[in-house]
Design a protein around this ligand. Structure first.
Ligand code: PLP
Length: 368
């Protein structure tokens, strides 16, 4: 079905573009005239502004969110022979970052809120475990305080996967400040999406931020001196510009998304299972998941009524082909339950009241 035939598309980035278009066109001209298109002023300013937004001492922008996680692991010296634990119900990049270092991705099951379960984590740690990557899935903070407690016992670093959670807080602290670093994505579909790929790292550890700055730019200390083997993972000036313009609107947008989530929550309460939000946390609702055994027929029903939905994610990471013969169905039951029963409804700031109500009515109609 083409986008224009849908009453409620799952995403509609072109609508949001209209809101920033004028500012963007002026900005593109400014960047063009500056003659500096990589690691220039926009990038520096975005890092400064993100430091304030995330309340972190250091921010390093990189090419994408996957690299954000990968470069932190590299900076920590993680590699072959090491194991890193993440959640099996995430986007593949959470595990890819581990695998790309040569380390082995390991998993532990999630809790009733579908984020990393601290008890399961404790059971999964062994001598080879060198780091933990909890995910704040769908923009809902995981139980990061308990996860931090477990990690402390074993002296293991935490790298938060905040790709879906920019703006979310736990106990009034922005995500990305609980472990040694946080990895964020600015992929177009994320809450702060640029017009291409982008990502950044938050950390309160100066040494680590210096190391990541080296790694993202070929290990170059300055124009001519290479300290270590690095990578090319830089955010270009145009994407930094888009990021800066959108960041100014993000609080407002997140507020609008929150209002939609609250409407969904009110309307679905007692009628269908929804994501649980842990105490003390303020989510940003990157996705809105509902759960039903009749998920596939609900999805079809909604599509016939011209409402587009998604599944996050239809195959849990441990059951992907990359792990062939390593895991079995039943290894992580909660993550598997999510894959089989969850449906993500449209949620983004430019959804109209009419669209939200139409989604609610149609879902309730199906459930009757
Ligand atoms: C999007 C995403 C990433 C990767 O970010 P990219 O910018 O697409 O590389 C990592 N983890 C999670 C949970 C994500 O949703």
């Amino acid at each position: 079905m083409v986008l224009s035939m849908l009453k409620v598309p799952f995403v509609d980035l072109a609508v949001q573009y209209q809101e920033i278009r004028d500012r963007l066109l002026v900005g593109i001209d400014k960047v063009g005239n500056s003659g500096q298109y990589v690691l220039g002023e926009e990038c520096l300013l975005l890092e400064e502004e993100l430091k304030v937004f995330c309340d972190s001492k250091h921010v390093v922008t990189v090419g994408n969110g996957s690299d954000a996680l990968f470069l932190v692991l590299k900076a920590l010296g993680i590699g072959p022979g090491d194991e890193v634990i993440t959640a099996p119900n995430s986007f593949i990049a959470s595990a890819w970052a581990i695998s790309a270092t040569g380390a082995t991705p390991k998993y532990c099951d999630v809790d009733d809120g579908f984020n990393m379960d601290p008890q399961e984590l404790r059971r999964s740690i062994n001598k080879k475990t060198k780091a933990i990557i909890p995910v704040h899935l769908a923009g809902i903070p995981c139980r990061i305080n308990e996860i931090t407690e477990v990690a402390k016992i074993y002296g293991i670093n935490i790298i938060e996967d905040c790709a879906q959670a920019l703006g979310a807080t736990f106990q009034n602290r922005h995500v990305g400040n609980f472990g040694v670093a946080g990895g964020f994505s600015m992929h177009p579909l994320k809450n702060l999406g640029v017009m291409g790929d982008g990502g950044f790292i938050t950390t309160n550890n100066e040494e680590l931020s210096t190391q990541i700055r080296l790694l993202r730019n070929h290990g170059l200390k300055d124009r001519d001196h290479v300290a270590i083997w690095g990578y090319n993972s830089r955010l270009d000036e145009l994407q930094a510009l888009v990021g800066r313009i959108k960041l100014k609107l993000l609080k407002e947008w997140n507020g609008q998304t929150l209002a939609i989530a609250n409407k969904y929550l009110d309307s679905f309460s007692g009628k269908v299972e929804v994501l649980k939000v842990p105490m003390f946390s303020k989510p940003v609702w990157h996705n809105f998941l509902i759960f039903t055994e009749r998920r596939d027929s609900l999805r079809k029903y909604l599509f016939d009524k011209r409402i587009d939905t998604r599944i996050h994610y239809p195959i849990p990471i441990h059951l992907q082909e990359v792990h062939k013969n390593q895991y079995r169905i039943g290894d992580y039951p909660k993550a598997e339950y999510q894959s089989a029963n969850s449906l993500s409804l449209p949620i983004y700031p430019t959804l109209t009241n009419n669209q939200v109500e139409y989604v609610i009515d149609t879902v309730l109609e199906f459930l009757k």
